[in-house]
Design a protein around this ligand. Structure first.
Ligand SMILES: [Zn+2]
Ligand SMILES: [Zn+2]
Length: 1012
C-alpha cells in the first residue's frame, strides 16, 4: 500500500490523537459523582429493620441537630504546628489551654493536593475530592454545583452569615443572609483583610438571628506568601487569631441555654511549605489542625498527645450530622465519631449507619462491581448486626451486654466506613495506569515509523542538497527518492500470523488486568468490542514497525549512503533546528522549564534570526564578490535545484526543471534596495520580538512584573489603547488585503471596522468623538456583524478552493482562495483578541510578510526548514499572546464574544481558537507559502505536513513518558498536568490542520498527475 507522506502524517496524527485521548482519560480520572441532583433524592434510610415479624423501628427521619449555633473559623494556611507545636504554646495560649484542658477534640486534618484555597473549600463543604478535571470543567461557572453542606443548611432553613475570602461568595452566591467578601488579591495586605472580618464580629455575636457563622481569615496566608512560616510576623498574627477565638468561645458559652449546646470549629484550608507557599503535597502543606470546641464534650485532662489524623473531607459529614442535615451525596468522608461520642449508643449507631448508607450508595453509582467491594460487604454485615441489636433494644433489654454488643457493631461500621471511603477516594486520587499505558503504547508505536521516515527524509534532503552526486542520485531507487510517497508496509503474509498472535496475547493481558482485584480502570469498563479494536490497532502498528525495520535492513544493503557528503552539506540552520528541537524536548522534564517555557522559545527564535542573518550575508556577499567562482556556484545551484526536483519528484520533465533553475538563479541576484532590506529584515524581526515580549509578561516567576499590556488596560490609558487598537486594525488591513480579491477586501475592511465598534460597545476602547463611555452593552450585534464577514470571507475562499479543485484552473485562484481563508481567520482572531493584544496580530503578519519576501524566497530554504521555522514562530506567538502553561491565563472571555449566554460548543471552539491563534495562523500561513512554492517543489505541501506532524508529535510522545514517570512529583498538579492538557489540545488542533493540509495536497497531486 502506498501513501503520500502528507496522508501518512495526517493519519498518524489522528491515531495519535486517539492515544492522547486515552492517556488523558487515564491520567485525569473522572471524579466520583452521584446522579444529578434533579433526580429523586431518595428518602433517608430508616434504621435497619430488626429481623423477625412485628417489630419496626420508628426512626425513619434524619436525626435532629446536636448543636444550636455553629461557628466555623477558617484560618487560611494554618499549619498543624501553628496550633499544636511550640508556636501554638507561645502565641495561642487560650487555644492551647482549651485544646489541653477544655471541652474539645483536636485532630490533624489531611488535605489532598492541590493545596490551594478553592478546591480545599470545596472539599471541606462537599466532602468530595475535587479532581483536576473539576478545575477545567468549572472554569466558566464559579458557583459550586455539587451537593454541599451550605445548600443543605439553607434548604433546612438555617440562616448563614459569612465574612472573609470572597471565594466563598463566588462558590455560594445566594446562600448567605449576610456576607462581606474580602479579596485575596492584595497579597501584601496583612491587616486590612482580617480587620474587614473582625469588625463585624462584636455585632454579630450579640445577635440571635443566625445559625451558622463562617469566618475566613486570609492574613496568615498572605504573611506566608510574603515572608514564610518562620517570619516574625506569624507570631502576632497567631496571637490575634487566638484573641478572636477566645472572644467567640466566651460569647458562645454565655449564650448557651439548657436546650442545645453550641459548637466552634477551627480549621485551616491548607498549610504552608517551608518557603511559605502552598499547592503541593509536602507535609507542611497538607497537615492542618481541626478543632471542635463545645460544652457538649467531656473535659480533657492533661496535655495533648499527638492528635489523631483524619481527612479534611470528614468535616462535611461530621458537620452535617451535627446540624441535623443529610450528608452531601458526593462526600467520601467519614463521621468523626468522638464528636457525637456523648450521645446514646442507639443514636451513635444511627449516625454511622446514615454515613455508611450514603457512602455505599455513592459506590453503587460509580462502580459496576460494587457488590464485590470489601467495604460494601462489611457495611452489609454491619447493617445486619445493627438490625439484631435494634431487636434486642426494642425488646427492652438494657444491660451491659447490649452496650458491649453495640460497641462491637459500631466498630464494624467504622471499619466499613474506612474501607468504603478509601476505595472511593482511590478512584479520584489514583492514576489509571492501564489506560495510560495503552495510550502511551499507541503513541510510541507511531513515533517509531515516523522516526524511521524522518531518517529517510534526512537522507534524501542531504542528497538533494549534495552538489556533486548526480551520478549517485541516478542510482537511487525510486521508492526512496520520490520521498513524497511512502511505502506503508502492510500485508506480507508472514506478518498476518504475527498479527493474530499479537492480538491474542494482548487480549490475554487485557483479561488478566481487568479481572484482577483492582478493576477500577476506564479501559476495562469500555465494551469488549472497543477494547478488541484498540488491541488490533496496536498489533497492526507493531507489525507495521517490524516490517518497516526489515525493509530498512534490506535498503541498507544498497550502496547509496555517503554520510560524509550529507553531513558536510548541513548548514547552520539545520544544526540549530536539530539542537533546538532536542533541547526543547529535554527541557520538558523540568518543572521550571515548563513554567518558563516562553523563554525557551524566545531564545530559539532569536537565535534563528541571527543564523538567518548570517546565511543572508553569505548569500549576498560571498556569492557575488568572488566573481570567478560565482558562475560555477550558481551553476552548481542550478544543478542542485535540478537534483532536488529530480529527487523529490521525478515526474517533472527535464525541460521544466531547467526552466525553474533559471528562474531561481535569477532570483539570486536581488536588486540593490531589496538586498539591503533583506539584510536588515532579521534585525527588524528581532526588534519586533523584543517589543512583543514586553507586551505580555507570562510564566510564573516574572508574571507579576509590570508590562505594557497592563499599562494599556488600566482605565486611565483608554485613549492610548484606543489609538493603538485603531492603528493595529489599519495595519492588519494593509498587510492582509494585498492578496485578496476585491470582494473580500471590502468585507475585510468592514469586518475590522466592526471589531473596533465591538470593542467600543463593550467599553474597552472609545471613539474620538465620545468622551466618556456612557452605556456599556454586551456588544452582541457588533460581534455578530463581524462573524458574518468572517464567514463570508472564509466562504469565498473555500469557494475558490473548490473551484480550483473541480475545474483545474491556474494555481493563482487556489492561492487566492487559501489566502482568503487565512485572512478570514485573521479577522476572527482580531475580534477575539483583547484590544491590547492586537499588536501581536500585526507583528505576526509583518514578520510573516518579511520572512516570505526577503528571507525564504532568496535563501530558497527547503520545505522542512520552513516548516520548522513556522512551527517555532507559532510556538513563540502562543506565548507572545500572553498564554502560559498555567490554566489561569486561558482567556475565557473569548468564548462569550457575540453570545447571549454560555453555549458550550461555540464557547469551547472560540476559546480554543483564541488560545491557539498564534500557532494556528502560522500553520495556515505555512500552507499558503508552501502551495505558492509548489511550482518550485511539487512535494512541498506533503513535506510540510509531514514535518509539522513530526514536530508536534515528538514532544508530546516524550512528554507523556516523562509525565508518567513524574506522576508523584510535587508539582504534578500545578505544573505538569496543565501542560499535559495544553499539549493534548494542541495535538487535536494539529491533527485538524494536517487534515486540511492533506486535502490541499491531494488536489495538487491530482493535478500533477493530470498534467502528466
Ligand atoms: Zn488558602
Ligand atoms: Zn495562599
Amino acid at each position: 500500500m502506498r501513501l503520500r507522506s502528507g496522508v501518512f502524517a495526517a493519519s498518524c496524527l489522528l491515531v495519535e490523537a486517539l492515544g492522547v485521548a486515552l492517556f488523558l482519560r487515564g491520567f485525569f480520572p473522572v471524579p466520583v459523582r452521584s446522579l444529578p441532583r434533579r433526580e429523586a433524592r431518595g428518602d433517608p434510610p430508616a434504621e435497619p429493620a430488626p429481623p423477625g415479624p412485628g417489630m419496626r423501628s420508628n426512626w425513619t427521619k434524619i436525626p435532629p441537630p446536636l448543636f444550636k449555633k455553629v461557628v466555623i473559623v477558617l484560618i487560611d494556611a494554618l499549619r498543624d504546628d501553628f496550633v499544636f507545636g511550640s508556636k501554638g504554646k507561645q502565641f495561642m495560649p487560650y487555644t492551647t489551654q482549651v485544646v489541653e484542658k477544655g471541652t474539645s477534640y483536636s485532630f490533624i486534618a489531611e488535605a489532598k493536593p492541590p493545596t490551594v484555597t478553592m478546591p480545599r473549600i470545596k472539599a471541606l463543604m462537599t466532602g468530595s475530592i475535587p479532581g483536576f478535571i473539576d478545575v477545567i470543567v468549572n472554569l466558566n461557572s464559579p458557583a459550586l454545583l455539587d451537593d454541599n453542606l451550605i445548600w443543605q443548611a439553607k434548604a433546612a432553613g438555617k440562616r448563614i452569615i459569612f465574612y472573609g475570602d470572597d471565594t466563598w461568595v463566588k462558590l455560594f452566591p445566594k446562600h448567605f443572609v449576610e456576607y462581606d467578601g474580602t479579596t485575596s488579591f492584595f497579597v501584601s495586605d496583612f491587616t486590612e483583610v482580617d480587620n474587614n472580618v473582625t469588625r463585624h464580629l462584636d455585632r454579630v455575636l450579640k445577635r440571635e438571628d443566625w445559625d451558622l457563622l463562617i469566618l475566613h481569615y486570609l492574613g496568615l496566608d498572605h504573611i506566608g506568601h510574603m515572608t514564610g512560616p518562620n517570619s516574625p510576623l506569624v507570631g502576632p498574627k497567631l496571637h490575634e487569631m487566638d484573641n478572636i477565638l477566645k472572644k467567640i468561645h466566651i460569647s458562645l458559652l454565655s449564650k448557651e441555654e439548657a436546650s442545645l449546646p453550641n459548637l466552634l470549629v477551627v480549621c485551616g484550608d491548607h498549610g504552608m511549605s517551608e518557603t511559605g507557599s502552598h499547592g503541593g503535597s509536602s507535609e507542611g502543606e497538607v497537615h492542618t489542625p481541626l478543632l471542635f470546641i463545645s460544652s457538649a464534650f467531656e473535659k480533657r485532662s492533661g496535655p495533648l498527645t499527638q492528635p489523631e489524623l483524619v481527612q479534611q473531607t470528614d468535616l462535611a459529614s461530621t458537620l452535617a450530622v451535627g446540624l441535623g442535615l443529610p450528608i452531601s451525596r458526593n462526600s467520601v468522608g467519614n463521621l468523626i465519631l468522638p464528636v457525637v461520642g456523648g450521645k446514646t449508643m442507639r443514636e451513635q449507631l444511627r449516625f454511622v449507619h446514615l454515613n455508611g448508607f450514603q457512602l455505599s450508595r455513592l459506590l453503587q453509582q460509580n462502580t459496576p462491581a460494587y457488590e464485590k467491594d470489601p467495604g460494601y460487604e462489611h457495611f452489609k454485615k454491619a447493617e445486619k448486626s445493627h438490625g439484631n441489636w435494634i431487636k434486642l433494644y426494642l425488646e427492652g433489654n438494657n444491660s451491659e451486654i447490649l452496650l458491649n454488643l453495640g460497641k462491637k457493631v459500631l466498630k464494624q461500621y467504622l471499619e466499613a466506613l474506612k474501607t468504603l471511603s478509601s476505595s472511593l477516594s482511590k478512584q479520584v486520587a489514583q492514576y489509571d495506569m492501564y489506560s495510560m499505558m495503552v495510550g502511551t503504547v499507541i503513541i510510541m508505536e507511531l513515533r517509531l515509523p515516523e522516526r524511521k521516515l524522518g531518517i529517510l527524509h534526512d537522507l534524501c534532503a542531504a542528497y538533494s542538497k549534495a552538489k556533486v552526486l548526480l551520478l549517485l542520485l541516478l542510482s537511487v531507487p525510486k521508492a526512496l527518492s520520490s520521498q513524497a510517497e511512502f511505502e506503508v508496509p502492510l500485508s506480507p503474509p508472514l506478518f498476518s500470523l504475527l498479527f493474530y498472535l499479537m492480538c491474542l496475547m494482548l487480549c490475554a493481558v487485557h483479561v488478566i488486568v481487568c479481572t484482577s482485584a483492582e478493576s477500577l480502570c476506564y479501559f476495562c469498563s469500555m465494551s469488549w468490542l472497543t477494547a478488541a479494536g484498540v488491541m488490533m490497532l496496536i498489533s497492526a502498528l507493531m507489525c507495521g514497525i517490524l516490517s518497516a525495520i526489515a525493509k530498512i535492513f534490506e535498503n541498507s544493503r544498497l550502496p547509496l549512503k555517503n554520510p560524509v557528503v550529507s553531513s558536510s552539506s548541513r548548514s547552520e540552520i539545520d544544526v540549530l533546528i536539530l539542537a533546538g528541537t532536542i533541547g526543547h524536548v529535554l527541557s520538558l522534564g523540568a518543572s521550571s522549564f515548563i513554567e518558563e517555557e516562553h523563554q525557551t522559545w524566545y531564545f530559539l527564535i532569536n537565535t534563528l534570526c541571527l543564523v538567518l542573518c548570517q546565511e543572508l550575508c553569505r548569500n549576498n556577499f560571498l556569492l557575488k564578490e568572488c566573481d570567478p567562482q560565482c558562475g560555477t556556484t550558481v551553476k552548481q545551484n542550478v544543478d542542485s535545484i535540478g537534483e532536488a526536483s529530480e529527487c523529490k519528484n521525478i515526474d517533472i520533465p527535464a525541460a521544466g526543471s531547467s526552466k525553474l533553475g533559471k528562474a531561481s538563479s535569477s532570483a539570486d541576484f536581488i536588486k540593490g534596495s531589496d538586498k539591503w532590506i533583506s539584510l536588515a529584515s532579521p534585525w527588524i524581526i528581532l526588534i519586533c520580538c523584543r517589543l512583543l515580549r514586553s507586551l505580555n509578561q507570562t510564566g510564573v516567576q516574572w508574571a507579576h512584573r509590570p508590562d505594557f499590556g497592563h499599562w494599556l488596560t488600566s482605565s486611565e490609558h483608554k485613549p492610548e489603547l484606543s489609538f493603538l487598537a485603531a492603528v493595529s486594525l489599519l495595519m492588519i488591513f494593509f498587510l492582509v488585503q494585498r492578496r485578496c480579491s476585491l470582494v473580500s477586501k471590502i468585507a475585510m475592511a468592514l469586518g475590522l471596522l466592526g471589531v473596533y465598534s465591538y470593542r467600543a460597545a463593550i467599553g474597552n476602547v472609545i471613539f474620538p468623538w465620545q468622551h466618556d463611555s456612557k452605556d456599556i452593552s454586551k456588544g452582541i450585534t457588533e460581534a455578530r456583524f463581524v462573524y458574518v464577514f468572517v464567514l463570508g470571507i472564509v466562504f469565498t475562499g473555500t469557494k475558490d478552493l473548490l473551484k480550483s479543485q473541480v475545474i483545474s484552473t491556474d494555481s493563482s485562484v487556489k492561492s487566492t482562495g487559501l489566502w482568503e481563508v487565512y485572512s478570514g481567520l485573521v479577522l476572527l482572531a482580531a475580534l477575539l483578541f483583547r484590544p491590547h493584544n492586537l499588536p501581536v496580530l500585526v507583528f505576526c503578519l509583518l514578520i510573516q510578510t518579511m520572512m516570505t519576501k526577503y528571507i525564504w524566497r532568496p535563501l530558497k530554504s527547503d520545505a522542512a526548514q520552513i516548516t520548522i521555522m513556522h512551527y517555532w514562530f507559532g510556538q513563540a506567538f502562543f506565548y507572545f499572546q500572553g498564554n502560559s502553561n498555567g490554566i489561569a491565563t486561558v482567556d475565557v472571555s473569548a468564548g462569550f464574544v457575540g453570545l447571549e449566554s454560555y453555549v458550550e460548543i461555540p464557547a469551547i471552539f472560540l476559546t480554543a481558537f483564541a488560545t491557539y491563534a498564534g500557532p494556528l495562523l502560522w500553520a495556515i500561513h505555512l500552507l499558503c507559502y508552501l502551495s505558492s512554492e509548489v511550482s518550485r517543489n511539487s512535494a512541498a505541501v506533503g513535506h510540510g505536513c509531514f514535518c509539522y506532524a513530526l514536530m508536534r508529535s515528538i514532544p508530546v510522545a516524550i512528554y507523556i513518558v516523562l509525565v508518567t514517570g513524574l506522576r508523584y512529583h510535587l508539582f504534578i498538579w500545578s505544573v505538569f498536568s496543565p501542560k499535559l492538557l495544553y499539549e493534548g489540545v494542541h495535538v487535536f488542533i494539529t491533527a485538524a490542520i494536517c487534515l486540511f493540509f492533506t486535502a490541499m495536497d491531494q488536489s495538487y497531486s491530482q493535478k500533477v498527475q493530470d498534467r502528466k
